[in-house]
Design a protein around this ligand. Structure first.
Ligand code: G3P
Length: 217
């Protein structure tokens, strides 16, 4: 499974990228607004921090506007993925981006039929929003299972990018469901490594080792 960070905080991205476990980054207009920085500047910086795909979302809602904005975003760096909403115009733009060799991430996906249409349009990634479905009393992870089944049935190339992740359990469930990637808030990403029994066991190992008076070096 590829693990992406869902963030525009370049200091945090750099810190976690140092683990070598960050495969890419996703952003969205809300995260760009939260950064308080010019979009092209922060996207360029992020593209320099990670080698993998960096999703940058268009602001236009019409296909022609998306194409113009997307081509500009794609020119920022080779690892830019142009993010478009899962709408009629978004899918029309995806077809043109695919023909031009520009990677795409179709976002705000909330149904299996939407994901089917994104794959038919030639999307590189589709982003089903697990957490927001859960927030509305639906089963967000069931959507990941449905999309996996459909994509495998017809051998679609589009990668399932589980998004709107709220906790490590979402990452585990998405991995079991067969998502190709998860995009994860930095705090949740750090929590993937942690377990209290690991901390307790290590403390005991260190205490017992200290009693030996030995040194390995
Ligand atoms: O950036 C895409 C998605 O992960 C955002 O989800 O629900 O945390 O805003 P959310």
């Amino acid at each position: 499974m590829q693990l992406f960070l869902d963030s525009t905080d370049t200091a945090v991205i750099a810190d976690l990228a140092a683990t070598g476990l960050v495969d890419g980054v996703t952003t969205n207009p809300s995260l760009i607004a939260k950064s308080g920085r010019p979009m092209l500047e922060v996207i360029a910086e992020i593209c320099g921090l990670v080698e993998g795909p960096v999703s940058a979302e268009v602001a236009a809602v019409d296909a022609e506007g998306m194409l113009a904005e997307g081509r500009k975003l794609a020119s920022v760096a080779e690892n830019v993925v142009v993010k478009v909403p899962l709408t009629r115009d978004g899918l029309i733009a995806v077809r043109d981006f695919a023909a031009e060799g520009i990677m795409t991430n179709v976002t705000l996906c909330f149904s299996a039929t939407q994901a089917l249409m994104a794959a038919k349009a030639g999307a590189t990634f589709v982003s089903p929003f697990v957490g927001r479905l859960d927030d509305h009393g639906a089963d967000g992870m069931e959507l990941i299972h449905e999309i996996r089944t459909i994509y495998d049935n017809y051998d679609f190339d589009t990668d399932i990018l589980a998004a709107s992740i709220r906790n490590p359990a979402h990452v585990k469930a998405a991995a079991i469901a067969g998502a190709d990637c998860s995009t994860i808030p930095p705090g949740v990403f750090a929590d993937l490594i942690k377990h209290p029994l690991t901390d307790k066991g290590l403390e005991q190992f260190m205490s017992d080792w200290a009693k030996t008076g030995q040194s390995i070096l």
